[in-house]
Design a protein around this ligand. Structure first.
Ligand code: HEC
Length: 156
């Protein structure tokens, strides 16, 4: 680095590189999250499951520890899969196993509708154990929870 001119060029190149990296990660990020939102939904429960957006207009807010996410950035389908069978979930660089949350499976594990609601809103499972991150706690009105459970029943 002989002159300040070279230094400025180097800084400009680094900044352009960072913008490129950001654009690249943003595009993979948005394609995995927003692809679901493009399609039409047959019910409010289905919309919540895939897009974390309610037809009631009430915001659906999720939080993983300190991180709070508003609206459809991630949805049940992001982690539990479009068929609810769970498997390898992926949020950004993070992969983990998400359980099967089809209604029939949960009922088989001694969940009731009220316990499913508690798991979704408070992150407490049917055995009173705290569910681990990255299962978020979700805030949504009871009517939306009922619609969501209605949708879980349709997953076969
Ligand atoms: C960021 C990933 C992620 C998202 C998004 C997510 N979950 Fe989960 N969920 C998990 C993981 C991981 C577990 C298991 C946690 C554990 O075992 O401690 C879990 C557990 C659960 C359980 C308990 C299952 C059991 O067998 O005890 C239910 C019910 C559930 N999720 C429902 C939902 C619903 C409904 C949504 C959408 C409103 C949702 N989850 C969104 C990751 C996620």
């Amino acid at each position: 680095m002989k002159s300040p001119g070279n230094l400025i060029i180097a800084i400009v190149l680094i900044v352009i590189g960072l913008i490129g990296l950001f654009a690249l990660s943003y595009s993979t990020y948005s394609s995995s999250y927003y692809s679901y939102q493009a399609s039409g939904f047959q019910s409010n429960g289905e919309r919540i499951y895939f897009a974390a957006t309610s037809g009631s207009g009430e915001p659906i807010v999720s939080s993983i520890g300190q991180m709070t996410v508003r609206g459809g950035m991630m949805s049940c389908a992001t982690c539990h899969g479009p068929d609810g069978k769970g498997g390898k979930g992926r949020v950004m660089m993070w992969t983990f196993d998400a359980p099967d949350i089809r209604y029939s499976t949960l009922i088989g594990e001694n969940y009731t509708d009220e316990l499913i609601k508690r798991a979704i809103t408070k992150g407490i499972d049917e055995e009173e154990k705290q569910l681990q991150p990255p299962m978020p706690g979700w805030q949504m009105p009871d009517s939306d929870l009922n619609d969501l459970i209605g949708f879980l029943k349709t997953l076969k």
